[in-house]
Write a protein that binds this ligand. Structure first.
Ligand code: PNS
Length: 171
């Protein structure tokens, strides 16, 4: 079974890493696919996001990291994926993901299924968006930095620390 795990991964979090590692245990092949979306304004480039993932998951043998642009259904078919993998933290995630699953199925010639894995409880609050939001308003000396840092794998954490240095308010 080949699974494709798509996402923005801007940046990859320990939550994403957890989902990928757990799925790699039951999938024969897992393709982590980084979305290159010209309409989004990511903090990190596709090359950076891919590098963070490679650093975090390099020991997982049946896992590949790639990037894609365009429709996920097309990319999944191109890669011969049997199903799409997405992580769910809560019911809000499910509400957002369920229509995507329906669209992806109808947009693929193979009616591709989506498999949802529940986030491990210790990662249920972890969010790239919230990490970025908090990081944009603080530096690494601030109380609470450790809380942010521990949610990111090492390469993503180091890159986020670098970005934080240039993010500070001027007033
Ligand atoms: O990490 P994210 O931002 O929640 O991931 C969203 C992602 C990449 C899964 C989604 O935006 C996506 O698949 N984009 C590619 C375009 C597409 O096929 N969209 C779904 C059908 S409309």
């Amino acid at each position: 079974m080949t699974l494709i795990f798509p996402g923005s991964f801007d940046p990859v979090t320990m939550g994403h890493v957890s989902i990928a590692r757990r799925a790699a245990k039951f999938a024969d092949r897992l393709i982590v696919a980084v979305l290159e979306n010209p309409n989004k304004n990511p903090l990190f480039s596709v090359a950076e996001r891919t590098a963070f993932l490679k650093d975090a998951l390099r020991d997982v043998k049946n896992l590949e990291i790639e990037s894609f642009c365009g429709l996920l259904a097309d990319y999944a078919q191109l890669k011969g994926a049997d199903a799409i993998l997405r992580g769910l933290r809560n019911s809000g995630d499910f509400e957002r993901e369920a229509p995507y699953a329906a669209y992806n199925s109808r947009l693929s010639e193979t009616e591709i299924e989506t498999i949802f894995l529940p986030a491990a409880p210790q990662f249920a609050h972890v969010s790239s968006s919230i990490i970025k939001e908090a990081a944009a308003h603080m530096n690494e000396d601030r109380f609470g930095f450790t809380f942010l840092a521990e949610q990111l794998p090492p390469a993503a954490r180091a890159a986020m620390q670098e970005r934080m240095k240039s993010h500070g308010c001027t007033t």
